[in-house]
Design a protein around this ligand. Structure first.
Ligand code: TXA
Ligand code: MG
Length: 343
């Protein structure tokens, strides 16, 4: 395995990025940091290269990938046309954590879109990612660089844990900033529709283009989500995760009861509340006053629980405003869909 972990000079393409880009143009797969999570990239015009992503991740073949670009000219070839609304959104949010779903153009590897007539594209807001994409000089298809089903990686070490020996290399650019994946917005419907909540909030999008729809499957259980990836169990730690809609006293009651049943218990909480719980492991993942900090550390904390061989983890819930929407979407999936209420 080949790892690049030196501090990067982002102004000159450093030798490590040049080398990583060469692997991409050779149709190998390379992990790299973005502002959201680490991605596992391959040349979007090569079926053989893209196939290696699915193989390394153990990803179901019906789950399409997001194509990453470093300049808007690359977009023209990837899509049939760029509607004015896309122009407006790109102007405001690119580079950044907003993925646009558009009618697909010619030449993209079949495997990228999993047979759909649409393609998902974004421009990541990370100097290492942009430098790599520029150097490789090709659009790069990249899902999150985790084994399918596990929490997405927010550090190079997470990628190493999951994919060492299965990929050509990892570009280490430090911990990612946003922590949850990009927002996926479908622009092929009459009213733009959010298929996956993420780093750019619904509120931010609506400020630019007016009201948008949200895939009903995100609000109700049982509906098939329009984004194929969202139907799979995801982000889950090894121990059973239970989301609790109740105060700290109620959560502690649950912990105490589980301890009486000889269970090894974890609690996922906030910095403010961490002291209030008596469990085997209490992990805070940010401050209640700024949900961005929770988003940033969520996957790291979900992964960390796996070190303790727990039977059950109780988690606080978060207000579904702003990035809280994405946090609750990921936590609910990790917990298998249910929230335990205190009354
Ligand atoms: O922040 C991110 O988006 C990260 C970084 C690496 O860029 N990438 C990421 O990729 O999260 P992935 O593969 O883990 O998630 C892509 C999501 C999946 O839910 C997939 O089903 C959806 O985007 N998707 C991709 N193409 C689509 C399409 N044409 N129509 C609808 N959904 C699509
Ligand atoms: Mg993923």
């Amino acid at each position: 395995l080949w790892i690049v972990d030196e501090k990067m000079d982002i102004h000159n393409t450093c030798p490590q990025i040049k080398e990583a880009a060469m692997w991409i143009t050779d149709n190998e797969v390379v992990a790299f940091p973005t502002e959201t999570v680490y991605g596992l990239g391959a040349n979007a015009y090569s079926d053989a290269a893209v196939e290696k992503i699915f193989k390394a991740k153990g990803r179901p073949s019906d789950n399409p990938l997001i194509i990453h670009i470093s300049n808007k000219e690359q977009l023209q070839k990837l899509v049939k046309r760029v509607p004015p609304i896309a122009e407006e959104l790109m102007e405001v949010f690119w580079p950044g954590p907003l993925t646009l779903v558009l009618e697909k153009g010619e030449g993209i590897a079949e495997r990228v879109t999993a047979g759909l007539s649409t393609v998902a594209v974004r421009m990541p807001d990370h100097p290492v990612a942009l430098s790599l994409l520029t150097e490789a000089n090709t659009p790069v298809a990249a899902p999150s660089a985790n084994v399918s089903g596990k929490p997405s990686p927010t550090t190079a070490a997470h990628v190493f844990e999951d994919l060492a020996g299965k990929i050509a290399g990892i570009v280490d650019g430090g911990a990612t900033g946003v922590g949850v994946e990009s927002t996926v917005l479908d622009l092929t419907t009459d009213i733009p529709m959010i298929l996956r909540p993420g780093g750019v909030t619904r509120e931010q999008i609506e400020e630019v283009i007016g009201s948008v729809a949200v895939d009903p499957a995100l609000e109700e259980n049982g509906q098939a989500p329009k984004s194929p990836g969202l139907k799979y169990k995801h982000y889950a730690p090894q121990a059973k995760l239970v989301l609790v809609d109740g105060n700290d006293e109620f959560i502690q009651t649950l912990v105490t009861k589980a301890k009486e049943e000889q269970k090894k218990v974890g609690v996922l909480t906030t910095n403010e509340n961490a002291e209030k719980f008596h469990a085997d492991v209490v992990l805070p993942c940010g401050t209640k006053d700024d949900l961005h900090t929770v988003a940033q550390h969520l996957y790291e904390v979900l992964r960390k629980f796996d070190q303790y061989d727990l039977d059950i983890i109780y988690s606080e819930i978060f207000p579904e405003k702003g990035v809280g929407k994405a946090i609750m979407n990921r936590l609910t999936k990790a917990a298998g869909g249910d929230i335990l209420k205190s009354n």
